[in-house]
Write a protein that binds this ligand. Structure first.
Ligand code: GRF
Length: 221
């Protein structure tokens, strides 16, 4: 394992609680990374203010300043590559990225998604899980592939859907798990423990039958 902290760039669009969880994991749990930059597509994103307050380098690249998606993606790539990251993390980044961008970062672009993929790709996952009568829901971290919220899953965490849940209570239960599994997946990556074979993520060279499902700590729900 490389002992120097791994350079990482984080992309966000909004609130930034997953970013906060990563910063917390660096500080409290010695997650061996250095966040070279936090880049947001919305200059008003509260997450950018959180990053600045944490002393991180931030940059806003407003997608509305670009006439097409490819031009935005190119500007984003240039900004990211200046920091020479080993890993790029989409931590609540809500823009769809094009094929050239995804190919450029193949194998080192990770996303957090609030569902048990492949269920409920896309937006409004909590409302859709409730409407479908799901009894279990959760979050997934995956390598980004060319279909939206596709790509090999690295780790998932499951929560129950409880009687009386609304989107707020369910989202909060899932978010607590996101904050656990995103730093965990980053740790596995920077420690060199992840590989991909035949579209499946291996941890320490092994396929885990439970698809790297991480149980919630007892007593959290
Ligand atoms: C999270 O639920 C994430 O899974 C989804 O967008 C939300 C971002 O939350 N992609 P935050 O900005 O990290 O608080």
């Amino acid at each position: 394992m490389n002992s120097a902290p791994a350079p990482v760039v984080i992309l966000i669009s909004g609130r930034g609680s997953n970013l906060q969880a990563i910063v917390q994991a660096m500080r409290a749990d010695r997650l061996p990374i250095v966040i070279r930059a936090v880049i947001g597509n919305n200059p008003a994103a509260p997450g950018l203010a959180i990053a600045r307050a944490a002393g991180l380098v931030t940059q806003a690249i407003d997608h509305r300043d670009f006439t097409d998606r490819a031009a935005f993606d190119r500007a984003l790539m240039e900004a990211i590559d200046r920091h020479e990251p080993r890993l790029v993390v989409l931590a609540g980044f809500l823009r769809i990225l094009g094929k050239a961008f995804i190919d450029h970062y193949a194998g080192r672009l990770m996303n957090i998604h609030p569902s048990l993929l492949p269920a409920f790709k896309g937006l409004d996952t909590h409302a859709r899980a409730l409407a479908a009568g799901a009894t279990r829901h959760g979050a997934s971290v995956h390598f980004v592939g060319n279909d939206v919220d596709g790509g090999p899953v690295i780790v998932q965490a499951e929560v129950p859907v409880l009687p009386g849940d609304d989107t707020g209570t369910l989202a909060a239960r899932v978010l607590a798990e996101e904050h656990r599994i995103l730093p965990l997946a980053i740790r596995w990556f920077v420690e060199g423990r992840l590989s991909v074979r035949n579209g499946q993520v291996l941890l320490d060279g092994q396929v885990r039958p439970e698809q790297h499902l991480v149980a919630a700590p007892t007593g959290t729900h």
